[in-house]
Design a protein around this ligand. Sequence first.
Ligand code: G6P
Ligand code: MG
Length: 212
Amino acid sequence: PFQLAVFDLDGVLADSARLHFVAWKAIADELGIPFGERANEALKGVDRMGSLRAILAIGGVNLPPDEMERLATRKNVAYLDVVETMGPQDLLPGARRLLDAVRARGMPATLASASRNAPRVLERLGIADVFAHVADPARLAPKPAPDLFLDGARFLGIDPQACVGFEDAGAGVVAIKAARMRAIGIGAATDLPGADQVYPTTDAIDIDRAFG
Ligand code: G6P
Ligand code: MG
């Protein structure tokens, strides 16, 4: 039986994957780099600097490190402005139902987001108290490495094979499988190869099957 649910945040519980995209798109537009929803798919789950590097690579643009820092900071300021307007209404449909089901099963939940803003987003959404542990992306290897997912399991002393991970990012599904957990993918199956189960949205998750 599964003992722990490990969640990604942006695009799984919070309607914030779009907000990251919009903030990056403004930077890409400024640089004259073509950047749309398709290209954004590869950025999901990727850390802040990695995301900027990927956008610059699309445009074949090279920038000095201090200029990259400046752009990444500007993107984050724009993103944080939106975060401060967030509330429980920004939970994705089905997120509450999923978290309630986890609690009803007596399972703890931990967070494996690559976002350094995750603690603030959890507070704004009103779900900070749901998580027994929040992995710190500043101190752990980024996805697709398994570290962010393994951190909560280690903290609670739970065998990774008794954990179920939830992800909307291709890199995240790879991370979950590298951690030897069951991977539930949220999105299009073609974007999430390797997932054990895929659902188009969080709302569509068959909870008995996900934990069965
Ligand atoms: C999540 C999102 C990414 C984002 C990353 C870093 O993984 O899916 O789009 O780039 O977190 O977020 P941060 O809030 O630290 O810039
Ligand atoms: Mg995500």
